[in-house]
Write a protein that binds this ligand. Structure first.
Ligand code: SF4
Length: 201
């Protein structure tokens, strides 16, 4: 079985929809490896269609996974329509909790407020906060949208809290000082989200 589009990490099944991303994070895994978990290379020859992804789900035993996670070598909201259609399919067919791991810039990518579209389809949104302020964000995340991206990401997080049961803001271990992490925890609290420090891999 080819594991470039669906792949396993721990007890979860991950979905790699695209290699497109408007960021160039200094700690991006894409700089140092080509696979994660049991995946083959996560660099896609071409983006899979919705039907192809559905067929890959149908070829698996979903009972053994705890969660389905949209996360790969790119930003999932670059393919918002496909993401929403596949999430709805997985929920209806398999009744699995669904998580979206995102850089939080989906509103800028899609030119609209996307959080309401996630309602009923996504159970957890994990957003890469990464830094406690815009200056550090520009240094570490290097978003193609330039200044204003940090504010757009926080605005998306606030909106998600209204529509999605669980919202997490995360930073990467070892990339921030303790003071910066404390500030990030405070930002998460202020938008009504959980804070998580994810391991540097
Ligand atoms: S947002 Fe994710 S995929 Fe995009 S550059 Fe940053 S770590 Fe890599």
């Amino acid at each position: 079985m080819n594991n470039s589009i669906l792949y396993e990490v721990h007890n979860n099944l991950y979905v790699n929809l695209t290699n497109r991303c408007p960021c160039a994070c200094v700690f991006c895994l894409r700089n140092t490896t080509d696979h994660v978990g049991n995946s083959d290379s996560l660099w896609l020859d071409k983006e899979p269609t919705v039907e192809e992804v559905k067929r890959l789900f149908e070829a698996r035993d979903l009972a053994k996974y705890e969660e389905v996670v949209f996360c790969g070598f790119g930003e999932p909201t670059e393919r918002l329509d496909a993401l929403l259609e596949i999430a709805a399919f997985v929920k209806e067919r398999y009744h699995k909790p669904i998580r979206l791991n995102t850089n939080g810039l989906g509103d800028l990518v899609n030119g609209k407020n996307i959080a309401p579209l996630l309602a009923g389809k996504v159970d957890t949104v994990s957003i890469s906060l990464n830094t406690p302020n815009e200056a550090r964000y520009m240094e570490n995340v290097r978003p193609a949208f330039g200044e204003g991206s940090f504010a757009a990401m926080l605005s998306f997080a606030k909106e998600c809290v209204k529509y999605v049961p669980k919202v997490v803001l995360s930073t990467v271990a070892t990339t921030l000082t303790a003071e910066e992490e404390a500030r990030c925890a405070e930002i998460a609290r202020s938008v009504g989200a959980f804070y998580r420090i994810r391991p540097f891999e």
